[in-house]
Design a protein. Structure first.
Length: 204
């Protein structure tokens, strides 16, 4: 029997085309022939597109990916939209003119996760959607792990502070203080963190 892999489960996950099925894509593009072609491409690969123009100040619809037209004339609107994004806002893919250096800085300012050059080609669109969505999911998983660790650290810090207070104010040993916190937590059916906070409130 082969030895189990030591790699984390997330590392072995690979993007698949199935992830694009039903993907909600917000298309921020002028209502022209290119937009119609773009929406057609999106529907063909299984996405659910919604088109808006002009560029809104913030995203107000349920969206998985944003396709954003990056043009110098839209600088203020692009910057306003970018400022509304949070850590878990949907990834943005910029639509740019081929070899137009004037929009490069605007691409950076908008926080684009990818770029599609005009004329838009189905394969490039599909690839950028898949890469952007996969990167966003990995980012979201990392943020969740960080917040979990931060919460665990906060709980440990509270328990340590409560033990320190019990030792200083009640003359307990460290083991006695730890057992006291555990016993109170079990008796009140509360978490160690909440019990520690209650002790801190009582003895501070």
């Amino acid at each position: 029997m082969s030895a189990p892999s030591s790699r984390p489960a997330a590392a072995s996950a690979k993007p698949t085309l199935r992830e694009l099925n039903g993907l909600r894509v917000l298309v921020l593009h002028p209502r022209d022939a290119e937009a119609q072609l773009l929406v057609s491409h999106l529907r063909r690969i299984g996405c659910t597109p919604e088109q808006q123009w002009p560029i809104p100040e913030r995203i107000t619809t349920d969206t998985d990916v944003v396709l954003l037209t990056i043009e110098e004339g839209q600088r203020e609107a692009v910057q306003t939209l970018a400022q509304s994004f949070s850590e878990l806002s949907p990834p943005v893919i910029g639509i740019v003119e081929y070899e137009n250096p004037a929009t490069l800085q605007l691409v950076f300012e908008s926080g684009c996760a990818g770029v599609i050059e005009r004329p838009i080609r189905p394969f490039g669109l599909l690839t950028q959607l898949l890469l952007a969505r996969t990167a966003w999911k990995q980012h979201a998983a990392t943020l969740a792990q960080i917040r979990k660790l931060q919460g665990r650290y906060a709980a440990i810090s509270k328990v340590t502070m409560a033990k320190t207070l019990l030792i200083a104010r009640e003359g307990m040993t460290e083991n006695e203080a730890h057992r006291t916190i555990q016993a109170r937590a079990m008796a009140s059916r509360a978490s160690l963190e909440d019990t520690a906070q209650a002790i801190i409130n009582e003895l501070s």
